[in-house]
Design a protein around this ligand. Structure first.
Ligand code: ADP
Ligand code: ZN
Ligand code: ZN
Length: 839
């Protein structure tokens, strides 16, 4: 099997090795070599956590990334201090994947490790000091100086101190010599304290004292003593109702959790009295955070076309590692996934299903949960860290052989993946922007599958150019589904000409006549409506009608976004906010108006046009908490809302039978974005939003409002002709050297001083221009946003030839250039941020 990215050297564990390279959480782009003490040799496993000394006095926890026999050349290797794991926390396949990711995305392996481990598994270790119990100040033969006495005094009031604490006690920086001297004088001991951050969830449970259960009369006696204590009696009765102690004495062992026992409003103090009087006892157990569920429905029977697509995918997997499933919206891709997953699980391998942003697609998770039950783990971006650790451990223990997750779930400790499915593979949210590793989860998944000798299934109604191109070149298999399931028809498109309506005085609150009519019709028939507005670059802001003043962020070069609900102006880049002024801060005029049209304004306009309609809004602001999405989806799904206005969030995988009208508020906004992918994105977004319409019997209506109805892309979307669109676009990509024909690397230079940032960026540019490989270097240009969080930024874009090891050579030179620049005093605090395959 050939890999798309080329393969690295492997690091198989070998025996009899004297050195280990340790991955440490430090921002230095390499591993560090330590020697393996002879006594530890049997314990040294790839992926195990170890404690090592780093620098003069730091003690760090790291992970063994490689074992070998080569002593380091530049320094004397220090010994590993301790091995923490018998069984490694991280398996060799993961290490291999990390190494690849650091190489491919030009980042440090420590950064990959940081992203990969849930923080509950990251260990922090610190040296601590404590008094030596055998030490007696009075009788000691060693004289102590003032500083030493201060440390000992501090240790008399606190059982242990960290190095930092000691430095604070003396207000000096270098504490090491003093502590060393105290150790020599046998006054203190130094020890390592390693803290696990993961805390299991503990539940308090209540049960009858065992002697009461053993003796039938005892219970009788207790009831007699409680005859005039109604509250205590009611608790005891509740317990006996829920736990069948009388019929089954053993059931008392597990007892009842305290919350359930008290849920009928019984008081805690009555329970306390019962415990005090020896009736009940309380005990603690560790419980799973993730609820258990049993599968409740069987997978659907595939239609003929689904079945043949399914067979075809399997057939292609015989010769290809990856297959692209190109199926129109509503064609039933999910049902095909379910069958594939079933088969792979039955063969004993693990499965990972990646979703763009899981909170947005809870519908699909519910569907899968019904089929796979508790064998399926869910890895959510909004999960608490403890919940993530439970999924992580569940993968290791075999509890979860199937995980549905967001992009970071590619880091879970799988050891035998058979299949990775990337749903909505075109989604740009698979790319991580910040911080490093700036990885593309779809591309990384393909590599991960390669390491596992597994298969990758990429599914989309609107494939990314990269994937479609790979399929057209024969690198990927390709399977198509051209019809909706159950012959639901594809939606009907209308281009609504806003400029024409405006001339004829038909435009009301930015709605065209046809959009209003269609909404009206749908409401009359009790059908539902989705209104989509692209979020990017389109936020409402406040402007003074008299002098043109607009609110600007104090630390970024962007205008502040107006939030009507909270009466605030907020910066979407750094979070800065201020109260909306009642008069213009520049000229004092009170004529302030809202410009731009965010979802909030659309909601307002619609409620003016359709006063009787129930309208909901789904965007970043209304879904900030974990349950926000679910609540809105439930309301809409159960018919409590007639119209849902939303951003990108409503395009993703929603399946509501009663949606018959989809309005795209401003089609041109989607197209006019200064990016080489604008066309691809527009095609994808419009097709995806439209795909939410008419997914059952009634044909859906899609209204695209535009001022430029003749744009070619609209015609292609309406025809649903992906291939024509692709052929047209790919021609331009080739002509202007864009992916998939070249590999892009974006380097952003940042500094608080405009001149310094610019100069560093220019120097970088000249350096890169001289690298002896085939490439084009563009820029440096001011960032789309010139200043973010008080940092000016300049962007350079490099187009690399894809062939051979051009990227590897480029990377080596790039390190050298940036390191050299940073060694100059004037550029010391300049930051260079490298983004490979930016999107
Ligand atoms: P896609 O993921 O391709 O957009 P879905 O898998 O969501 O499509 O399917 C669209 C609709 O058709 C869903 O409501 C789904 O339950 C239904 N459906 C798809 N395949 C089947 C099948 N084989 N049997 C019954 N219902 C199906
Ligand atoms: Zn003004
Ligand atoms: Zn800001």
């Amino acid at each position: 099997m050939e890999s798309l990215f080329g393969d690295q050297d492997l690091y198989p564990p070998e025996s009899g090795n004297n050195f280990a390279d340790i991955i440490l959480p430090v921002p230095i782009p390499r591993m560090f070599t330590y020697s393996i003490p002879y006594s530890m040799q049997p314990e040294i496993n790839l992926g195990a956590r170890v404690i090592v000394q780093f620098g003069k006095k730091k003690v760090l926890t790291g992970i063994i990334g490689k074992v070998h026999n080569k002593p380091p050349q530049a320094y004397q290797a220090k010994p590993i201090l301790e091995v923490l794991d018998d069984t490694p926390s991280v398996n060799p396949l993961q290490i291999r994947f990390w190494v690849w990711m650091a190489e491919y995305y030009f980042c440090h392996i420590g950064e990959v490790m940081h992203a990969a481990l849930p923080s509950g598994l990251r260990l922090s270790s610190e040296s601590k000091v404590q008094l030596n119990p055998n030490f007696d100040r009075e009788t000691s033969k060693f004289p102590l100086d003032d500083r030493e006495i201060m440390i000992l005094d501090a240790l008399n009031s606190k059982p242990e101190l960290s190095y930092d604490d000691c430095e604070k006690v003396l207000s000096i920086k270098s504490i090491h010599p003093i502590l060393k001297s105290l150790v020599k004088k046998e006054a203190i001991l130094i020890f390592e304290k390693v803290q696990e951050k993961y805390t299991p969830k503990v539940e308090t449970r209540i049960r009858l004292k065992p002697e009461i259960v053993e003796n039938k009369n005892a219970l009788q006696e207790i009831f007699e003593t409680l005859s005039n204590k109604a509250k205590q009696e009611s608790i005891l009765l509740k317990y006996l109702r829920d736990v069948p102690v009388l019929q089954l004495p053993k059931s008392n062992i597990n007892g009842l959790d305290k919350a359930t026992l008290l849920e009928e409003g019984d008081s805690e103090s009555s329970l306390k009295t019962l415990i005090k009087n020896g009736v009940f006892e309380s005990f603690k157990v560790v419980v799973n955070r993730l609820a258990e569920e049993e599968p409740e429905s069987k997978p659907a029977v595939l239609s003929t076309s689904q079945q043949s697509a399914f067979e075809e995918i399997k057939h292609q997997f015989e010769s290809k590692q990856s297959v692209l499933l190109h199926g129109v919206t509503g064609s039933g891709k999910t049902e095909i996934y379910i069958q594939m997953i079933r088969e792979v699980l039955d063969s004993g391998s693990q499965v990972l299903l990646l979703l763009p942003e899981i909170a947005l697609t809870t519908q699909i998770v519910t569907r899968l949960k019904k089929v796979f039950g508790s064998q399926m783990g869910v890895y959510h971006s909004k999960y608490s860290d403890n919940e993530r650790v439970e999924v992580w451990n569940g993968v290791i223990s075999g509890r979860f052989s199937f995980v549905v997750g967001v992009r970071s779930s590619i880091f879970l400790p799988f050891d035998s993946l058979g299949l990775i499915i990337v749903d909505e593979e075109h989604e740009s949210s698979y790319k991580q922007f910040d911080p490093a590793p700036r990885f593309q989860a779809r591309d990384s998944a393909i590599m991960l599958a390669y390491f596992h000798q597994a298969r990758t299934l990429l599914g989309s109604a609107t494939p990314s150019f990269e994937s479609y191109f790979n399929a057209s070149q024969g690198k990927f298999g390709y399977v198509e589904l051209t019809h909706r399931f159950g012959d639901a028809s594809m939606p009907h498109f209308h281009l609504a000409d806003m400029a024409a309506d405006k001339r004829k005085n038909l435009l009301k609150l930015d709605t065209t006549r046809i959009l209003r009519e269609r909404i009206q019709d749908a409401l009359a028939k009790q059908e539902q409506v989705l209104i989509f507005q692209n979020r990017r670059g389109y936020s409402p802001y406040i402007q003074c009608e008299d002098c043109g003043w607009t609110g600007q962020c104090v630390q970024c070069d962007v205008s502040l976004t107006y939030h009507q609900f909270s009466e605030e102006l907020r910066c979407h880049y750094c979070g800065y906010k201020e109260k909306t002024p009642s008069s213009c801060p520049a000229c004092g005029s009170t004529q302030l108006t809202t410009m731009g049209m965010g979802t909030e304004r659309i909601e307002e306009s619609l409620s003016l046009l359709f006063p009787e309609a129930r309208i909901g809004r789904m965007d970043l602001d209304t879904t900030r908490n974990k349950h926000g999405y679910q609540r809105l989806l439930d309301e809409f799904g159960s018919g409590n809302l007639d119209i849902l206005v939303g951003t990108q969030m409503i395009t993703k995988g929603l399946d509501f039978g009663r949606v018959t009208v989809v309005g795209i508020w401003d089609g041109d906004r989607i197209l006019n974005f200064p990016d080489f992918r604008a066309g691809e994105r527009a095609f994808q977004q419009i097709t995806q939003v439209a795909g939410r319409a008419g997914r059952r019997e009634v044909q859906g209506q899609v209204i695209v409002q535009t001022r430029d109805p003749d744009t070619q892309i609209y015609a292609q979307v309406i025809k649903g002709d992906y291939l024509e669109f692709f052929n047209h676009e790919i021609h331009d990509r080739k002509k202007f050297y864009y992916p998939p024909f070249v590999k892009l690397v974006k380097i952003t230079t940042r500094h608080a001083d405009y001149k310094v940032a610019e100069k560093a960026a220019l120097n970088l540019h000249h350096g890169m221009a001289e690298i002896p490989i085939k490439k084009i270097v563009l820029g440096p240009e001011k960032g789309i946003i010139a200043r973010i969080k008080n940092q000016y930024q300049f962007e350079s874009l490099v187009k690399l030839d894809r062939s051979g090891n051009t990227p590897v050579i480029f990377k080596e030179y790039l390190w050298k250039i940036t390191e050299e620049l940073k060694s100059r005093p004037e550029f010391r605090s300049v930051r260079f941020v490298v983004d490979v395959d930016p999107s």
